[in-house]
Design a protein around this ligand. Sequence first.
Ligand code: NAD
Ligand code: TDX
Length: 337
Amino acid sequence: MKLLITGGAGFIGSNFIRYWLNKYPDDKIVNLDVLTYAGNLENLRDVEGNKNYKFVKGDICDADLVDKLVKDIDLIVHFAAESHVDRSIQNSEDFIKTNVEGTRVLLDAAKNNGGIRFHHISTDEVFGALSLNSDPFNENTPYNPRSPYSASKAASDHLVRAYFHTHKLPITISNCTNNYGPFQFPEKLIPLFATNLMEGKKVPVYGEGGNIRDWIYVDDHNAGVDAVVKKGKIGETYCLGGENEITNLEITKNILNLMGKGEEMIEYVSDRKGHDFRYAMDITKAKKELGWEPKLKFEEGLKKTVGWYKNNEDWWRKIKTGEYMKYYKKQYNENNK
Ligand code: NAD
Ligand code: TDX
């Protein structure tokens, strides 16, 4: 099987490529990534020599390029997105371009080339925000996105379903909760806090730190996507999650603990605008229909992840100083001479 992975140089996409090539070593992967600030080829250094792996630098909004690339593809797994809520609050333009228009371009290429199997990676945030006592989201929860990021992801989910109903495109969608693990860009809570502490900086907790997220280890998410792709019903959506709700303040204390630091390193800062209070996912459908469930306990996963950031200072320091942008442009040009 030959797969087109979009956004494979980012956090989840790069972990997914590694996961897939390990599990299905005979499959071929083309990774299409434009290398925004979040795309980093160092995330894939260990697979770049694999004969079944090919990187293409390009934009998912480039219809001609995408149309050419999908010609001999059996499965598209679409990760590429602008993914950071805070950035979408500052400026939503790229979120609409990549998340909505980019998804439209990919869907048209899949449709115009014989109806290629298409899996769309989405998020729990499309469902809105929960209060403390409400039931977790499930596949039937009405959409109610509240940030420009989640609104753009919701729009893309609707488009994907529309291509199924209108054009019979063989699609599936997975909506997952907050991922954590190696190679996550240090703007997101867990890597930002771990790396700040290694730099001797404080950790900025928004508001009072009472907001709740459901965290899943990235390879548990990837196993879920694998299960949907192999066993999911065409046209269906599957909710994936870690069954692991925790407040931001509890996570912060866990990270401080793992780093041997005290609570004086917490800095309470202004709250995120429109900050969703709680996300949680009911994953009964994925468990029953796919036989999938998250495996790694959060305590263990967090320890492993913080340990990874401790052991990979070179990776995140180059990102935090901006050096990685120069380095990777140079490396890319050299590889493609
Ligand atoms: P990320 O920001 O780490 O990576 C995104 C990747 O997409 C980068 O490599 C970037 O260069 C690439 N990209 C962006 N715009 C592009 C374009 N126009 N053309 C080609 N490539 C482009 O994101 P992530 O955290 O790995 O998230 C991946 C996907 O999973 C996204 O669709 C996101 O919405 C979804 N998701 C993320 C989480 C999470 O907790 N991180 C949870 C649920 C769903
Ligand atoms: O500095 C911070 N301080 C803080 O208190 C940051 C960066 C975050 N937070 C809070 C905001 C959230 O309640 O921590 C929580 C997690 O924040 P993020 O790591 O930015 O993730 P979140 O906004 O929950 O969105 C993530 O999960 C769903 C991903 O970034 C999305 O791409 C995914 O769809």
